[in-house]
Design a protein around this ligand. Structure first.
Ligand code: G1P
Length: 307
């Protein structure tokens, strides 16, 4: 059992990871390799996110894929032939790495037949939930939120205040239009000043219309009421069914929504620039690759550009 949170204080059992996108920003790599399997050093981004979900108490991962993206799910299936080869040749360190993803949690997939947006993708997961699951976690695999632990804080906030709890990061004003943005107010009786009440939410607003600089950072703890709201929204930003709009509808109807402001770091694996930063950040922390990468980087950065 790898889970850090025990069955008794688990705030949710199912973590949903939407992974149906085409990865257009990573073409040509994503012609044949799903974006979620691109390695951060040696580990696919989706395995890092699955590890976070398992650590925060989930025992089931529901991956929302699109037709033909089965490789994402295959990464979580045991490969007994590979494992026995590694075992026979004494490569125990690699064996441990290969066994990690299948051992994290139970993995299922649902197929989103058409690319109708993040809200629609999350809605596809409803069919596999048990009747007694009153909340789900959603983790966007483009977002690496570090250090881990924000989902547990979000779970405690939901246990205390009910409703839906989201993760926010404070972004520079000129970046707000890349995100879902929160309108917030302070919670008078909150002991944690990073817990705020959400009074509105808008997807990818123009900078001048943004209600704050608190942006959704790809971690959601959603009350089951979200599925009903998702059935009642119309296409929004980009012509897609937006999760943000379903949350905004719940807020309008009086459903409690809070954010936990994450003060650590976050990487955006959704574009090559952000992905490279994540890879360098993780590699610098690695015992195996860190020291020589650091040395090379310093040297490289001291060269005039273009050389
Ligand atoms: C999605 C969400 C947005 C959120 C962002 C975080 O947007 O729609 O609300 O702030 O992820 O990464 P996307 O980046 O998929 O366009």
């Amino acid at each position: 059992m790898t889970n850090a949170v025990t069955n008794d204080n688990r705030y949710f059992r199912t973590a949903v990871v939407p992974a149906a996108g085409m990865g257009t920003r990573f073409l040509p790599a994503t012609k044949t390799v799903p974006k979620e399997l691109l390695p951060v050093v040696d580990t696919p981004g989706i395995e890092l996110v699955a590890g976070e979900a398992a650590d925060s108490g989930a025992n089931r991962l529901v991956i929302v894929t699109s037709p033909g993206k089965d490789g994402v799910v295959a990464h979580f299936v045991e490969d007994l032939v590979l494992e026995s080869k590694l075992e026979a040749s004494g490569k125990h360190h690699l064996l441990e790495k290969v066994r990690k993803a299948p051992g994290l949690l139970e993995v299922e997939s649902v197929v989103q037949e058409q690319p109708l947006g993040l809200g629609h993708a999350v809605g596809c997961a409803e069919s596999v939930l048990d009747d007694d699951e009153d909340a789900i976690a959603v983790l966007l695999p483009d977002d690496l939120v570090m250090p881990r632990g924000v989902l547990e804080t979000m779970g405690r906030v939901r246990a205390k205040r009910g409703g839906t709890v989201l993760c926010a990061i404070d972004v520079p004003k000129e970046q707000v239009s890349a995100y879902g943005v929160f309108e917030v107010e302070t919670v008078p009786d909150a002991t944690n000043p990073d817990v705020l009440k959400v009074t509105g939410m808008v997807e990818k607003p123009a900078m001048e219309d943004a209600p704050s600089t608190y942006a959704a950072a790809g971690r959601y703890l959603l009350d089951r009421a979200i599925f009903d709201a998702l059935r009642r929204i119309a296409p929004g930003a980009g012509g897609e069914l937006q999760l943000t709009d379903a949350i905004a509808l719940l807020i309008e109807e009086g459903h409690p929504v809070h954010v936990v402001v994450h003060r650590g770091s976050r990487h955006d694996l959704g574009n090559p620039g952000g992905y490279l930063r994540a890879a360098v950040d993780f590699a610098l922390d690695s015992e195996e690759y860190g020291p020589s990468l650091r040395e090379w980087l310093i040297d490289r950065l001291n060269q005039p550009s273009g050389e």
